[in-house]
Design a binder for this molecule. Structure first.
Ligand code: ASN
Length: 331
């Protein structure tokens, strides 16, 4: 099987420098040694050489660069592994899932908590697990391998900055658990798909986290000038400080003037139900959009994806409720 590995940066390939960890290890040479003598010894390798980044520096342009590299190689490989930093990996895996619904080969993202040269590093385990998933014939679409689990790419979220089980998928079961043999769960939901998507472009999306006592004037300041869309991370099932003076008016005015407002939850595991409590009723009636059970990463990447497709207002709102790539459960 022909496998292509795309390396974009992250702790996996970092070395200690004068200002902390930064990319610098010979990842290609390390992979060569790791895979020597195996059936994957002939893997091809691409490194974003002059742009290896800590994934906290990633932008939608970086998501698109991975999409472009995968398309450039689609004829020449049967499976793909993307190596990137863990910090924003779930944003990338969500973004890839929307852009690659028609892509013919599996794509598995992975990274590491420790650099490859460190004793006790999880780099080799994760890369080998990702390769095993990608070549299994059982993991179509975009997924994320980490520690001992294969997760749906657009259901995964980073839950630990140190655990070798750094990711979870709170709304759905893992796709597979490693072992001898691997234990496979139900196949992922595929969604309605998105043929021929336009490329990701930078978008002016504001993500606001509510906290008790953050005043309306402060929120209003963050929303001037009006962004292309807002993701409002609320409490529980999408509850909002509706009794806070000016709060409901602030967001109602924004929605009325055409800015989509998506209500997500701060809970790791949540299903947003606008109007279930009186506290979210006014914004529900004003046309706020529910994030359902999508992860924070899947919501943000989806808003950027839809804006990049040229959608806004009611069209964008309608598509947020559509399961494009398995990121959202029905109801
Ligand atoms: N800061 C690193 C990154 O996301 C974290 C990691 O890869 N473990 O690039």
């Amino acid at each position: 099987m022909r496998v292509h590995i795309v390396y974009t940066g992250g702790t996996l390939g970092m070395v200690e420098g004068p200002h902390g960890l930064a990319p610098g290890a010979d990842v290609e040479g390390w992979l060569h040694t790791l895979l020597a003598g195996t059936e994957l010894a002939g893997c091809t390798f691409f490194s974003a050489r002059d742009h290896l980044i800590d994934s906290s520096n990633a932008t939608p342009d970086d998501w698109q660069a991975v999409v472009d590299e995968l398309h450039a190689r689609r004829e020449f490989a049967d499976a793909f592994v993307v190596l990137q930093g863990t910090d924003s990996m779930a944003y990338t895996s969500s973004a890839l899932s929307y852009a690659l619904t028609e892509f013919p080969a599996p794509v598995v993202l992975t990274g590491a908590q420790y650099p490859l040269g460190v004793i006790g590093s999880d780099a080799a385990t994760n890369v080998l697990g990702a390769l095993q998933a990608a070549t299994s014939g059982r993991a179509p679409g975009v997924s994320l391998f980490f520690g001992d689990r294969l997760l749906s790419g657009n259901r995964a979220t980073k839950v630990s900055s140190w655990s070798f089980r750094g990711f979870d998928s709170p709304a759905v079961a893992p796709l597979a658990l490693t072992g001898a043999p691997w234990q496979w769960g139900a196949a992922r939901a595929r969604g309605s798909g998105w043929p021929d998507p336009l490329p990701y472009r930078a978008q002016d999306v504001v993500v606001l986290d509510l906290a008790p006592g953050v005043g309306t004037a402060r929120l209003a300041a963050a929303l001037r000038p009006a962004p292309a869309a807002v993701v409002l991370r609320a409490y529980g099932v999408g509850n909002l400080p509706s009794e806070q003076p000016g709060f409901t008016e602030l967001f109602t005015t924004l929605i009325d003037s055409g800015t989509p407002v998506v209500i997500a939850s701060q809970c790791l595991q949540a299903n947003v139900r606008l109007g279930h409590y009186e506290a979210s009723d006014a914004l529900a009636r004003a046309g706020a959009i529910s994030a359902g059970d999508m992860t924070a990463e899947a919501v943000y990447a989806k808003v950027i994806f839809l804006l990049s497709q040229g959608l806004g207002g009611a069209e964008l709102a309608a598509q947020m409720a559509v399961d494009i790539a398995g990121e959202l459960s029905a109801g």
